[in-house]
Design a protein around this ligand. Structure first.
Ligand code: HEC
Length: 97
């Protein structure tokens, strides 16, 4: 019985020392602009909006046009061409420069 005490203490101190704290869950909000709601709703259907906000800036309109097209053509995102154009324009104006 005596031998169990140190083991019990080891577990107790181990658990206390770990002190798990989950990172804060902050919802990602997109920069304001025309069609921001359309973009947020459309582009968060499959993945986090992090994929949008973490792209390097300054890549221009072509990059965002291509990105939206890729989501549709490669990953099958159900986005109407008119919406795709509006989203690409919003992204170019906000995250493209
Ligand atoms: C049908 C699901 C779907 C939708 C809707 C979607 N994506 Fe994606 N997206 C993906 C997948 C799958 C990946 C690749 C995931 C990976 O590599 O981890 C991806 C990756 C990305 C990337 C990372 C770079 C790359 O090309 O892999 C960006 C940027 C991106 N998406 C932007 C967008 C934008 C902007 C929208 C809104 C127009 C959007 N996504 C909507 C499925 C989607």
């Amino acid at each position: 019985m005596k031998a169990l005490l140190p083991i019990a203490l080891l577990f107790a101190t181990g658990a206390a020392a770990a002190g798990y704290r989950l990172p804060d869950e902050r919802p990602i909000t997109l920069l304001p602009g025309p069609d921001v709601e359309l973009t947020a709703a459309t582009c968060s259907a499959c993945h986090s909006l992090d994929y949008v906000t973490s792209q390097p800036r300054g890549k221009g309109a072509q990059f965002w046009n291509d990105s939206v097209t890729k989501m549709v053509k490669v990953y099958g995102a159900p986005i109407e061409p008119a919406d795709a154009a509006r989203i690409a324009a919003y992204l170019a104006a906000t995250y493209g420069q």
